[in-house]
Design a protein. Structure first.
Length: 378
């Protein structure tokens, strides 16, 4: 079994190199980062003392009871319905691994998070993709998705708010697809790691839907990617048994410290979500102005949720050269060929926080001095 090169992570990793020259990370998809000191400052002294008394041993593969209870409270479900995983990445690995069999297919968004197609290819699935088209503001076409499902479909995956486009499924769209899949015995998977970060009308969590499998983690909306903690919510007891058994082989458990810190973070989730919303909405307004002032160079669909957007070159050219030259000048964007759409680039508006205006000013200065990169056909 082979995995295709992870172009996105290979590109983003340049910011971590010893001689890195990246000053502004606008390529990543996370929100404003937290230090351990800042997180613990939200707690009281008793919480801090309990953290120091954490036993550094294996936690249960299902996840510690306290963490599962905190997630259950956040999601409005029973703790038994929660399976802890090592980030949403392990959740996806479990889903593809358990669904793999001869002639099976999966229905995935295009563009989408690169892990989805890489795992589907590695496990030998027939990959059926539904398009998120710029001319439709990256909205799904429900009829297109329905037409891709047949007796060999193991699951349909949606991602809302979507990475990289920021598109959002409405409550009605989510319910319609859920009901369609449930009627056909097809697993319906909702990746909602950016919930509840919205920039307009908010939508409800998919956990309200009785047959949905819902993925969440601490890396996106909760802005604590270093904890490497995620979760699956699933009311189906048989599927949960399969997740638990497979995870016992794959990763066994998270670290005791990361689960304890994750529990602390959930007790302060409104403060963390509040900071993420404030930073994202402030920075999104700056991007709105930038793209309005440069509409002859770029096309822009305003994200309706999450902390990434997916603009593209107005001339339809390849954006990698633009991204390369900007990286050489200290500003990191993610080229769209990492998502199979070369004329696009992903821009994150959550990570840079207070320095975001300076970053966009530098971006504006560069595109005005190198307009041929964005105007000349390539």
């Amino acid at each position: 079994m082979r995995l295709s090169p992870f172009l996105l992570d290979q590109w983003l990793d340049q910011k971590n190199l010893p001689d890195a020259k990246i000053e502004f990370d606008l390529g990543s998809s996370t929100g404003p980062s937290w230090t351990l000191r800042e997180l613990l400052a939200l707690t009281d002294d008793d919480e801090y003392e309990r953290l120091l008394d954490t036993k550094l041993f294996y936690t249960t593969p299902a996840g510690s009871p306290n963490l599962r209870e905190a997630i259950a409270e956040l999601e409005g479900v029973h703790p038994d319905h929660v399976q802890i995983v090592t980030g949403a990445a392990e959740a996806l690995h479990l889903l593809f691994f358990l669904a793999a069999e001869a002639r099976a297919n999966v229905v995935l968004p295009n563009p989408g998070f690169p892990t989805n197609t890489a795992l589907a290819e590695a496990f030998g699935f027939d990959i059926r993709q539904y398009a998120l088209r710029p001319e439709r503001a990256f909205r799904i076409d429900i009829d297109e998705i329905r037409a891709l499902v047949d007796d060999n479909t193991r699951f349909v995956l949606v991602n809302s708010p979507h990475n990289p486009t920021g598109a959002v499924l409405s409550d009605r769209e989510m319910e319609s697809l859920h009901d369609f899949c449930a009627d056909r015995g097809v697993q319906f998977v909702s990746d909602q790691v950016y919930h509840p970060i919205y920039h307009g009308a908010e939508t409800r969590s998919a956990v309200r839907l009785p047959h949905a499998t819902v993925l969440g983690d601490f890396s996106k909306a909760l802005c604590l990617s270093g904890l490497r903690v995620g979760w699956i919510v699933d009311r189906d007891a048989h599927r949960r048994e399969l997740y638990l058994n497979a995870r016992s082989y794959f990763s066994v458990s998270n670290t005791a410290l990361s689960e304890r810190l994750a529990t602390i973070a959930l007790h302060q989730s409104e403060a963390i979500y509040g900071l993420a919303r404030g930073v994202a909405q402030k920075n999104l307004a700056i991007l709105d102005q930038f793209f309005s002032e440069n509409e002859e160079l770029f096309r822009w669909v305003r994200p309706r949720g999450g902390m990434t957007g997916f603009p593209w070159l107005a001339n339809g050219g390849v954006a990698r050269e633009l991204c390369t030259q900007l990286a050489n000048r200290g500003l990191l964007l993610a080229p769209g060929d990492c998502f199979g759409m070369p004329s696009h680039f992903r821009i994150g508006f959550g990570t840079t926080a207070d320095r975001f205006p300076e970053a966009v000013t530098r971006l504006a200065e560069f595109v005005q001095s190198a307009r041929e990169l964005c105007i000349s056909p390539r």
